[in-house]
Design a protein around this ligand. Structure first.
Ligand SMILES: NC(=O)c1ccc[n+]([C@@H]2O[C@H](COP(=O)([O-])OP(=O)(O)OC[C@H]3O[C@@H](n4cnc5c(N)ncnc54)[C@H](O)[C@@H]3O)[C@@H](O)[C@H]2O)c1
Length: 366
């Protein structure tokens, strides 16, 4: 098990990043955590307000594409690990405006890799290259790149994505994540840099910006607005509770084998339409509305361009090697999630005011 003195987390004000930053800050009080986040529409310091005064935590507002900033941060904090989550993350936005995805997800990741490599070689000497036969791989540093199962493309009715499935990204988002995975892997193979990568299925839980399916539906069911479902709603996704993902990230950071990829998933497949119907049931019940009172809000809309049919994950490697399994059932995780959104309507209103509202109306109407 590795231990670190100073960890750079990128994107720690976003959905998954906020759960990761909180976990690392609270669980490892001897480790300094620096959270670098640009605070785009998806980043919100309220997501982590409970740890902002922790002695081992600091926030820096900035862009991962800014090399000078990265160089200065590495000089100042001498990071021994990077947990890289910062990204543009919404597929629909990548279809409307791929540029920001290419910049942040590809060029930003490349900038981080380059600055980390130069700093670690300067501080600790050249990496020992596992490819050239050394077994004493440099475990002092770890660059952990967090990615998505969407890099693998689309499945038919059968089968699962494993770590050896060929990449076949189909949206600008997944193509940008696939590119950054390849660049990270290339830094391992070429320079012997200690890299770990994980590819995870769809997350749900508190703090997720309500453009993604689950929080969007919860909000609209509460507000009695239409529930836009792409096509016939038959696309299938695997859903994982965000705390289970944060736990997997913690394990991989501290115990994952350098040069390895881990698939993370919930073995919890739902078609979009079944999921929306289930959410209606849970939200209406919580709001003590008569059963089925929101069913009529479902509105089938024109399918997403290039919409992948099905994603599903074989997570047996991380279970076998690191002993990880999801601990939350979907019923309980979703109930907690709905409760969180109902109790945090102020948070919801704040994050959807301004830019999101315009975006929402352009895509789905008023
Ligand atoms: N949400 C999912 O279901 C899911 C599943 C698998 C993998 N992932 C990956 O996990 C990571 C986090 O996803 P998320 O859903 O929490 O995303 P998110 O959109 O909620 O958060 C992204 C964060 O990155 C920050 N950011 C964006 N551009 C930046 C830049 N140029 N410099 C610095 N910070 C920047 C944003 O301000 C935000 O805080 C992403 O890399 C994503 O690809 C997400």
């Amino acid at each position: 098990m590795r231990s670190f003195k100073n960890i750079l987390v990128t994107g720690g004000a976003g959905f998954i990043g906020s759960h990761v930053v909180r976990r690392l800050t609270n669980k490892y009080p001897e480790t300094n955590i620096v959270n670098l986040d640009l605070l785009t529409y998806a980043g919100n310091l309220e997501n982590i307000s409970d740890i902002e005064h922790s002695e081992n935590y600091a926030f820096v507002k900035g862009n991962i594409c800014d090399r000078d900033l990265l160089i200065n941060l590495f000089k100042k904090h001498n990071f021994d690990a990077v947990v890289h989550l910062a990204a543009e993350s919404h597929v629909d936005r990548s279809i409307a405006n791929p540029g920001a995805f290419l910049e942040t997800n590809i060029l930003g990741t490349a900038a981080l890799l380059e600055v980390a490599k130069a700093h670690w070689i300067h501080e600790n000497g050249a990496f020992k290259n596992a490819e050239t036969g050394s077994t004493n791989h440099n475990l002092k540093n770890v660059f952990y790149h967090i990615s998505t199962d969407e890099v693998y493309g689309s499945l038919g009715e059968e089968g699962l994505f494993s770590e050896t499935t060929s990449y076949d990204p189909r949206s600008p988002y997944s193509a940008s994540k696939a590119s950054s995975d390849h660049i990270a892997r290339a830094y391992h193979h070429t320079y012997g840099m200690p890299i770990v990568i994980s590819n995870c299925s769809n997350n749900y839980g508190a703090n997720q910006f309500p453009e993604k399916l689950i929080p969007l539906m919860i909000k609209n069911i509460c507000d009695q607005k239409s529930l836009p479902v792409y096509g016939q709603g038959l696309n299938v996704r695997d859903w994982l509770y965000v705390e289970d993902h944060a736990n997997a990230i913690d394990l991989i950071l501290h115990q994952g084998a350098s040069g390895s990829t881990y698939n993370i998933g919930g073995l919890n497949e739902w078609s979009n339409i079944d999921l929306v119907k289930y959410l209606i049931q849970v939200v209406d019940e919580k709001l003590q509305r008569p059963k089925g009172s929101s069913d009529g809000l479902i509105t089938f809309v024109k399918d997403r361009a290039g919409h992948d049919h099905r994603y599903a994950i074989d997570a047996s490697k991380i279970e076998r090697e690191l002993g990880w399994k999801p601990s939350e059932t979907f019923e309980v995780g979703l109930e907690k999630t709905v409760t969180w959104y109902l109790e945090n309507s102020e948070w919801l209103n704040k994050v959807v005011s301004g830019e999101y509202e315009k975006y929402y109306e352009q895509h789905y109407g008023k």
